[in-house]
Write a protein that binds this ligand. Structure first.
Ligand SMILES: C[S@@+](CC[C@H](N)C(=O)[O-])C[C@H]1O[C@@H](n2cnc3c(N)ncnc32)[C@H](O)[C@@H]1O
Length: 319
């Protein structure tokens, strides 16, 4: 999602660079790329700021291996860690960094993950039902589909896929697995299609899209990790430091929006004549609502279409 299929173009790269630049200019600045992917944003950041050091995190071992090659020319200026990004406090403590000047989250799946036929992220090609970002993690999409109760499956599809026909799809999966376990993405896409009433199939793109998104979020615990990681990331940002996030579906974007709004609001109880020092906002928002890719980027990289960018700057230390 975050990069184009052919060229792996980092989404909204110039805007990300522009928003982070004031925080990353001072000598000795450190930026965390919490979702390294193929290091598209990371290499642009290191190239733009010759004094900058980078910590790159990704749950996917292949992302780390490939990025190490991509970043070779910046040798000595980066540390890469295979981890879930909610491990940020431990990673910063091990690096001896109480605070950093910038943090980037480019959420979701990368184009190489979507395009790799064995990973099972895409409904457009047949593959084993895997969908793990960390391929050593225990839970696969096949485990979810073959072991969850119909009620739990329906909850996953409704909550994480915003799927209107969640219960019908869940019942069809349970009926299918009574004969033999589900193993292939193509079969799952067929089951979803057959479970959705014909008029609904004609709108909103491939009907399997929402089910695949929901399973991916469940398999990787994505929203839980994001809810834990965001407060930790904001806590780690130095005064004058900045955070930029790119979200690709409304659940992610809502989570980011809420956390940034909470940190950039004055919490002085109503009725007091002046704001309390301790209740003044720690952050200021740098974007009005969420920014989206422009027409040129959409034409060059249609996968950037769902992107919603938000950014904020720390104004003062925590009380
Ligand atoms: C959209 S891609 C990032 C692309 C990157 N900005 C680039 O320019 O190449 C998202 C990456 O985040 C990783 N990721 C997703 N959720 C994660 C999590 N909870 N912890 C660590 N990495 C995660 C994925 O494995 C994927 O490689």
């Amino acid at each position: 999602m975050g990069t184009a299929a052919a060229a792996h173009l980092p989404v909204m790269r110039d805007r990300v660079l522009e928003l982070l630049a004031p925080a990353l200019r001072p000598p000795g600045a450190v930026v965390v790329d919490a979702t390294l992917g193929r290091a598209g944003h990371a290499s642009a950041l290191l190239a733009a700021h010759p004094d900058l050091s980078l910590i790159g995190i990704d749950a996917d071992a292949t992302a780390i291996t490939e990025s190490r090659l991509t970043l070779e020319r910046f040798d000595g200026r980066f540390t890469l860690v295979q981890a879930v990004y909610d491990e940020l406090p431990r990673i910063l403590a091990e690096a001896g960094l109480p605070e950093v000047q910038g943090i980037l989250f480019d959420l979701g799946v990368s184009s190489p993950q979507l395009d790799d036929p064995v990973r099972g992220f895409a409904y457009s090609q047949d593959a084993p039902l895997d969908m793990r970002m960390n391929q050593a993690a225990p839970l696969t999409a096949a485990d979810v589909l073959n072991t969850y109760s119909a009620a739990d499956l329906a909850r996953v599809l409704r909550d994480y896929g915003e799927e209107r026909f969640a219960r019908r799809i869940a019942d069809a999966v349970v009926a299918e697995r009574a004969h033999s376990p589900l193993t292939s993405t193509a079969r799952l896409a067929e089951i979803v299609r057959a479970s959705i009433p014909a008029p609904a199939r004609r709108t909103g793109g491939n009907p399997a899209k929402r089910t695949f998104q929901a399973l991916r979020i469940e398999v990787n615990g994505e929203l839980g990790a994001l809810r834990r990681a965001l407060p930790a990331a904001l806590d780690a940002i130095a005064v004058g430091g900045r955070i930029v996030t790119l979200a690709y579906h409304s659940l992610e974007d809502r989570t980011v929006k809420r956390e940034l709004a909470a940190r950039s609001t004055d919490t002085t109880p109503p009725g007091l004549p002046v704001s309390l020092e301790s209740a003044r906002p720690q952050f200021r928002l740098l974007t009005r609502g969420a920014e989206q890719p422009g027409p040129e980027e959409l034409a060059a990289n249609p996968r950037s279409a769902p992107a919603r960018l938000r950014a904020a700057e720390r104004m003062r230390a925590a009380a």
